[in-house]
Design a protein around this ligand. Sequence first.
Ligand SMILES: [Zn+2]
Length: 369
Amino acid sequence: MVRISIPTLPKAPLLPPSGLSILPLPQAASYLAQFLENGKGNTVMLTGAGVSVDSGIRAYRGEKGTYSNPNYKPILYHELVEDSDRGDMFSKADVVHSDWARSFLGYPPVRDAQPNPTHIYIAALQHLGLAPKLITQNVDNLHRKASSLLSPTYDKSSILELHGTLAKVHCLKHRHEQTRDVYQDEISRMNPIWDQEAKEAERTGRRPRTNPDGDVELHGVDYRSFSVPPCRVCEREKVKSSMVKPNVVFFGETITPAVRDESLHLISSSSSLLILGTSLATYSAFRLVKLAVEHKKPVLMITTGPTRADPFMGKRLDKMDRVAGDVLGKYLDEAVKTSTGKEVEDVKRYLHTGVVKRPPEVEGPRAEG
Ligand SMILES: [Zn+2]
């Protein structure tokens, strides 16, 4: 009789560690300096959930692209639009009302979130012209808040929100846009009881757990009591009113062709790509990295943990397994010391501002209706 024994193998890492990841911080910052210098002011940045964690915005996807909160039921696009073209837009009333009710209660923490130091550093790279263009997967509006700090008149077109923004809503049929704050106020007026709930949650700090698309979990609530305001632009223009949704790409929805084309154009017209704080779990972001690699553009990724683009390592793509903000902060500290000019002064003024407010480790008490 033959006995087969299987030796216990040491767990091998998926990929050999990149030499870049173990560089001491000053050398990592110098490496970034060289990368940006080679980019000659035409480096495009790509960011994700990792840069917003310090602002209390919870990443909704784990390393493998799965939801980090298994109880979280995302808003599904098809649930909203399935019947809208047949003019039967409220046939999914319960779904719509519950989604909007949750979104109504979940929005204030996102609305009030402040840019953290990493957002400031990224805005600084843009402001200094080192990497003027930014593509983000985040919908939390924090890159724009950071840019407006450095310059209220910053170039609005310098930030492309791949998955939309929570700061706006639009109607499904005509894409009439309005600001989320205005729409949120209208919801408050139409739903005084829910408004009270939201204010109470704010007053006591007992905010319901919020996901990054501005959505909360609520249980045992009768959503049918929740009124969803129609699109007022449709009303004004006397066309058949259409449902309003947050200006974000929902799960199951694809990004608009215009945004997709602009993102691809930004990559193909750039000299290099700097990826910060993202595992590239979404295809719309991964596709951009793939394009950059195919076009033989240098790519530097500064983020922690595995990413979907790791197989490209060595093929024009380098990775530093580090917290992006640490390297950016160190680099900028040095950069502003040796530079002059108005932009440098703007950056110096705000460089070490930014608010760190991490999401609570444990789930707080749930809001009750
Ligand atoms: Zn409309």
